[in-house]
Design a protein around this ligand. Structure first.
Ligand SMILES: Nc1ncnc2c1ncn2[C@@H]1O[C@H](COP(=O)(O)OP(=O)(O)OP(=O)(O)O)[C@@H](O)[C@H]1O
Length: 301
């Protein structure tokens, strides 16, 4: 039985400009113990899918089961299996951190949970904030509490919707260390993120969404194999020759040229030399998940 089974999910919103298809016939299964990444540009439908998974939004068609429980028909049982870390920071400002976590335990009917709450506070670097009022916390600290809140009932499946958006390096490392440890202990993890190097390092399998559709679904290692082998990267103030401009990715002064092999690199360098383009900080690097992502998104256009 898959931990999460997403079966032909569609979601249509009625807007003033007619129907908007946020999700179109999305199907995928996530096995128990997987660390699964859901990637896609802004507006691709990631949060909508997570919101349907969490039983907060009704799909227009299709169904999702969590450990066999239908999230619509069997909401309470399905929700108990899930620890959802939402994107938005919403809290009751009148409680302190420990009270917030005790309340959440109560919501799931878990009593005498202080030992686990202490462990969560410790692992998320919140031990010294246990009695701090929620409104006294910084944004990053609040995000840590959101994570603790999602894990308070020890759910077998952990769902993280952009948990590292706008958080500092230290929290990212603490968070990933803790989540990876929970994954090793058997928890299934579903993650959405715009940090592709995080997804590459953590996820064993990845789905890419574009405009509500799955445009790639494979093991991370297989996705990396489909990318161009290498990338020629350099900085320049010069315009690129017309032959290279269409294949180049340009960010400010940085130019990246995806190459299938040494022959491509040789050709790029010869063309650049002929056009007298002055290059700085030139390097040839292996293609990474960001290169795959951009290639997939371009291909699916
Ligand atoms: N209630 C709604 N009514 C109309 N359109 C909506 C509604 N909720 C979401 N959408 C639209 O559905 C699309 C998918 O949004 P969603 O938040 O799922 O994207 P996302 O992949 O999570 O994006 P991001 O990376 O920016 O968080 C967007 O175009 C959004 O504007």
């Amino acid at each position: 039985m898959p931990a999460i089974s997403i079966q032909s999910i569609s979601k249509t919103y009625a807007t003033s400009r007619g129907d908007f298809h946020a999700l179109r016939d999305v199907s995928l299964d996530i096995a128990e113990g997987e660390f699964f990444g859901l990637l896609g540009p802004n507006g691709a439908g990631k949060t909508t899918l997570i919101s349907i998974l969490a039983g907060l939004t009704k799909p227009s068609a299709g169904r999702i089961t969590v450990m066999g429980h239908d999230v619509q028909g069997d909401f309470a049982a399905a929700r108990k299996q899930l620890g959802v870390v939402p994107q938005e920071l919403v809290f009751d400002p009148f409680f302190n951190v420990r009270e917030t976590l005790r309340l959440q335990s109560g919501y799931f009917g878990v009593k005498h949970n202080d030992a686990w709450i202490d462990e969560l506070l410790e692992n998320l670097g919140l031990a010294d904030k246990a009695t701090a009022n929620m409104r006294q916390l910084s944004g990053g600290m609040k995000r840590r509490v959101l994570v603790a809140q999602a894990l308070v009932h020890k759910p077998p499946i952990i769902v993280l919707d952009e948990p590292t958006a706008g958080v500092d390096v230290e929290l990212r490392q603490t968070l990933w260390h803790f989540i990876a440890q929970l994954n090793k202990q058997g928890h299934t993890v579903l993650l959405t993120t715009h940090y592709l190097e995080e997804a590459e390092a953590l996820c064993n399998r990845i789905a890419m969404l574009k405009q509500g559709q799955v445009v790639a679904l494979d093991a991370t290692s297989n996705l990396l194999k489909t990318a161009s082998a290498n990338v020629l990267q350099f900085k320049t103030d010069h315009a690129l020759p017309a032959e290279l401009a269409p294949v180049a990715r340009v960010t400010g002064r940085v130019v990246q040229l995806p190459a299938q092999g040494p022959h491509d690199i040789e050709r790029f360098l010869a063309t650049l030399r002929q056009a007298q383009v002055v290059m700085e900080d030139m390097e040839i690097r292996r293609a990474d998940l960001e290169d795959v992502f951009l290639q997939v998104m371009k291909g699916a256009a």
